[in-house]
Each structure stands twice: as C-alpha cells, then as structure tokens.
Design a protein around this ligand. Sequence first.
Ligand SMILES: Cc1cc2nc3c(=O)[nH]c(=O)nc-3n(C[C@H](O)[C@H](O)[C@H](O)COP(=O)(O)OP(=O)(O)OC[C@H]3O[C@@H](n4cnc5c(N)ncnc54)[C@H](O)[C@@H]3O)c2cc1C
Length: 390
Amino acid sequence: MKLERVLVVGGGMAGLHTVRSLREKGFQGAVTFLGEERHAPYDRPPLSKAVLAGSARGAVEKVDELAFAFDFAEAEVQCRFGERAVGWAPGVVTTGTGVELRYDRLVVATGSVPIQLGFGETLRTYEDSVRLRERINGGKPMAIVGAGWIGAEVATAARNAGTGVVVHEARDRPLAAIFPPAVGQAMTAWYAEAGVELKCSDPVTGPPPGVDHTLVAVGARPDTRWLGEAFHRAQDGSLLVSEYLETNVPGVFAVGDVAAYRSVRYGGRHIRVEHWDNALRGPQALVPNVLEGVGAELHDPVPYFWSEQFGRMVQYVGHHTSADRMVLRGDLSTPTWSVCWLDPHARLTAVLAVGRPRDLAQGRRLVTAGAVLDAARVADAGAALTTAVL
Ligand SMILES: Cc1cc2nc3c(=O)[nH]c(=O)nc-3n(C[C@H](O)[C@H](O)[C@H](O)COP(=O)(O)OP(=O)(O)OC[C@H]3O[C@@H](n4cnc5c(N)ncnc54)[C@H](O)[C@@H]3O)c2cc1C
C-alpha cells in the first residue's frame, strides 16, 4: 500500500501529537489535519481549572494561551480547522462542506463528547468554559449533576468564586465506579469542607429546582457515527483497535479518547483511557505503526491521570480491580495520603496519591515493573514506597 497522504481527523491533543510525530519521524508526504473546532489544538484540562478561575487570579483569557506550540506552516501541514468529517468510504473522508479528502492512511482522533441529559450545559470546549465562568462569576447558585472529576473541579471553582453549589450524584458517593467506599467517604468530606452541598443517591431526571443554572457532568462518549458501519466498536461507540492502534479496517488507526485499545498488560482486554497522558503517549506508538507498518510499536502504557480539586492534587496511576487488596498509606481524614492496591500475588497494580507526588512517581515505576511489595511496609506512610519492594 503506497504511503503518500496521511489524513488526521480530530483537532485535539491526540491529533496534534500525531501530526507532530509524523514530521519528527521524517514523513515527507502530504499531511492533512481536519478539526471541527475553529481553533488550533489546545490543552483541555485547564478548562475546568485555570480558565474558570478568571482574570482575578491571573488566569487564562484567550484560547491561544492554551494552544500547543507547533508551527503548522513550517511543517507543511494542511490544516482545515472549523470543518467536520461527516462521511467515510475506503480511502476517502467527506467533510461537512462536501469536500472529499483522499488518504493512504487515516488517523481518527476525534475524542469524545459530553453525555447530555436534555437539560443544563456541559463542558468540553473553550467556549463552554468561558460561558461557565461567566455564570459562576455571576454569583447565582448553581447545580452540578455528577460528582466525578469534572464535577468536583467545577464545584471547586464555583466555591472559590463564592458561588453556592449543590452537586447531585446518582451513586452513594463520589467516583463510586472507580474507588471503594473508604475513598469515596474521604472525598465526600472534601465537598462538605468546601461548603458544597453534595446530595448522593440522587439521580436527577430534570433541571434541579432553586438554582440559576446547571452543569451536567456525567461522562463523555465518542461520537463515531460519521464513520458508518464498517468499523468495530465498543458499546460506548469507541473504536476497537489493536495494541498497535489499528482498527479492523486496514490503514485506519484511532488514538486518544476515541479509541479502546487492546491492552496486553491487562490481559488482552480493550480499555479506553479518557485522560491527557494517553492522548500524549498514544501518538508516539501510533506513528511508527503508520509509517513502518503495523507491529512496529506497541501501545500499552500504565494509565495515569490527575485532578485538582478542593485544594488537593489527586493523582492515580495503574489499574486496579475489586480482587485487589487495598492498603492505606496515611489517614484518609488528613490532607495527604495514598492508597495502594496489590493483586493476589502482592504485585502493585495501582496507586492513588492525594498530595503525595513522591508516592505517585515511585508507584508509577513499581507498577510498570510489576514489583511485588510487602503490604505491611506499604502501610508505613513514613517510609518510601520503594522500600516495600520484596
Ligand atoms: C474540562 C476537561 C478537563 C480535563 N481535565 C483533565 C485532567 O485534569 N487530567 C487528565 O488526565 N485529563 C483531563 N481531561 C481529559 C483530557 O483532556 C482528554 O483525555 C484529552 O483532551 C483527549 O484528547 P483527544 O485528542 O483524544 O480528544 P479531544 O481533546 O476531545 O479532541 C478531539 C477533537 O476532535 C474534534 N472532532 C470531533 N469529531 C470530529 C469530526 N467528526 N470531524 C472533525 N473533528 C472532530 C473535536 O471537536 C475535538 O476538537 C479533561 C477533559 C476535559 C474536557
């Protein structure tokens, strides 16, 4: 199959790093970069943090301040921002303006879109964030549906602006799908301390009464309908790709939030990691597979993400299951603590660190290495995690 034209669809972080890596790895053919948003790619995590903080705290005022440094003209990348892909056929993508873009290899990096409940607003783009900031700064009480990562960060920003917030959570605690009750209870206390009213076991079905506006933050799903029927997908619409990030259609790859990749590390299951680090690392593995042939590089990182909420830096690395044993490092009612998970062979599978970046950094190395740890030593929060290695 000749390789003269690569088309990258999706102008976010995964798309940008794909384009950059194609040129860095010496690809000299045509690169076309199509993105629905009219801006050049920008960093999304500040949308629920620095952008909401507003100018009073010296924060972001223009989307350009969040843009990734890359000279598209110098790299001879043909950018088509503000244009959406609406159709696919072998070797060609059609845009909303009716243009047909032909390719030899296609990379789909279209991310995901917030789940809508039929009321309230959502947060995904710079424009969403600026609108939300205006509302928060308006000072009128607001509701947030969903006590997940984004819900907690927006609640933090609202309280910092002095705005009253009620958070409605369907489950009995925050992040119940990921963390056990003890962790959820510790996080529940953070809401109360910040003056946020958290209503758990409260699945709302319409706009909550008594507030000026509502943010719906109940997760995001890839929108891949424009690709038609030829592609294998997971139930949430994400594209199923191999460990080399190729879809079932030869020559078509997917990376970032839109992809559920086959993880060798996690028993061959397909996993979708909706976090920044995955959108950064995915393209590094993807591009060798595009340029040198499928099989050139495996994508199988240890997942990592962070969140900044209620004055705390929360970081998680790895992947744990309910079969793993939880070991506490420190007291969950204090400002800093960690939780480690050990599998039945005492291998470290994951670390959740609150204000303990050293645990996170060491944990990341140990999880990657598959290190076996002594649980009693892990529980000693005063000793470095590395000293627990058996
Ligand atoms: C508010 C917010 C805060 C976050 N905070 C954190 C954090 O603290 N830590 C962390 O680890 N992660 C965080 N994330 C997640 C992280 O930002 C994402 O994992 C990352 O942006 C994924 O990059 P992506 O390129 O795969 O997708 P996206 O960033 O979603 O980019 C996809 C792009 O494709 C475009 N597109 C979609 N469909 C089409 C189409 N048909 N044609 C053309 N273009 C299309 C979209 O408009 C979008 O610009 C946050 C996300 C959000 C929204």
